[in-house]
Ligand binder design. Structure first.
Ligand code: ADP
Ligand code: MG
Length: 350
């Protein structure tokens, strides 16, 4: 029977756990948040360590600019961020994070430790909870976040996790997406003591293609078509799968907007349409595409995970993406390049 009750504020821990429900769905979500924080801290090296399915341990260590010791507690408290400070900045977001929710959310559903050392500091500083005072520890410049026993206090969430293999696969996929977003950063991942990913910084196009090949496979890279198109205020660069490298699943489609990993159903549909008759029905193209658009024409504050975006001129942008992909495909097909002389092969040879 429902009876009227008085209103009270939720305890902090519970409020954080509720917020965590939106952003931290599984171990891979932790990886995404922590690695994005490392990228926002201008790290050039990111090392990930996973134990078990990620529920046992997820650790991300970077060489970024670190956190001031006095701010460590704030880093773990809700709605605290170094990335924005006024509402007009919401329309110009250049960083991956800005909501100040990831660390407090993760911390409310795990045992978290945060160690950070700024470059001009003599040692690192460690905290576990937002109310702790920081303790000095040995640590190289940069930040390490270790997340143990994920969802230990949320049995319902734990039950929804899939097999260790599936969770591990999700973690690697998430990392690979992030690794394709930043060729200027070295990524490494160890899983249960085994090296799963080792991607050195890729400066030249040829080095970038080596990274793409490790993630998307050699078949894709061998025949991939280079795309580099500018229209009005957007540009689209990257690699389009040859019309012969289609797949049964849409599992090798990478799209980035201003360096952010985007998974947007409508954009996927637009690109699929550009391939329309060029690949068999029911098959999916492979692509790695980077779109650049002025920050104020795209809204990333649509969903807490920021995987989806809203454009100020949706139809126009979708039309431009379609045109860029379609033009490129038809141009390449009309010139009837044989697979052995595709632009990518030329690029590697250069
Ligand atoms: P957000 O990224 O939205 O600001 P987070 O909860 O993810 O919120 O992080 C809170 C703050 O902690 C960040 O604004 C940043 O100042 C700091 N921080 C988190 N991770 C790192 C890191 N790896 N290196 C440097 N600073 C970090
Ligand atoms: Mg963040």
């Amino acid at each position: 029977m429902l009876t009227p009750k008085r209103i009270h504020a939720l305890p902090l821990q519970l409020a954080n756990q509720i917020a965590a429900g939106e952003v931290i769905e599984r171990p891979a979500s932790v990886i995404k948040e922590l690695v994005e924080n490392s990228l926002d801290a201008a790290a050039t090296e990111i090392e990930v360590t996973i134990e078990g399915s990620g529920s046992q341990l997820i650790q991300v260590r970077d060489n970024g600019f670190g956190i001031h010791p006095d701010d460590l507690g704030l880093a773990l408290s809700r709605h605290a961020t170094s990335k924005i400070s006024s509402s007009d900045q919401l329309s110009q977001i250049a960083s991956l994070g800005f909501r100040g929710e990831a660390l407090p959310s993760i911390s409310s559903v795990s045992n978290l430790s945060l160690v950070s050392r700024q470059h001009d500091s003599e040692c690192g500083w460690l905290i576990h909870h937002e109310e702790d005072s920081a303790a000095p520890v040995a640590h190289p410049p940069g930040t390490t976040v270790a997340v143990r026993d994920l969802f230990f206090n949320l049995p319902a969430r734990r039950r929804f996790l899939r097999s260790a293999r599936t969770e591990q696969q999700q973690i690697l996929t998430t990392l690979q997406r992030l690794a394709l977003s930043r060729f200027d950063v070295r990524f490494q991942c160890d899983l249960n003591g085994q090296q799963k990913l080792n991607l050195p910084i890729a400066e030249t196009q040829a080095q970038q293609l080596v990274r793409v090949g490790k993630i998307c496979g050699q078949a894709f890279v061998k025949q991939a078509l280079v795309i580099d198109q500018q229209f009005d205020f957007i540009d689209i660069k990257g690699w389009l799968g040859h019309t012969e490298t289609h797949r049964p699943q849409a599992d090798q489609q990478y799209f980035f907007i201003n360096g952010r990993v985007i998974r947007d159903r409508l954009i996927s549909q637009v690109i699929r349409q550009a391939y329309a008759e060029l690949i068999p029905p029911g098959r999916h193209p492979v692509y790695v595409l980077y779109m650049t658009i002025p920050l104020d024409r795209v809204d990333v504050n649509v969903h807490p995970t920021k995987h989806e975006v809203r454009f100020r001129e949706t139809r126009l942008i979708h039309g431009l993406i379609h045109r860029a992909v379609s033009d490129e495909l038809h141009q390449q097909i009309n010139t009837k390049l044989s697979p052995t002389s595709s632009p990518v092969e030329q690029q590697i040879a250069e």
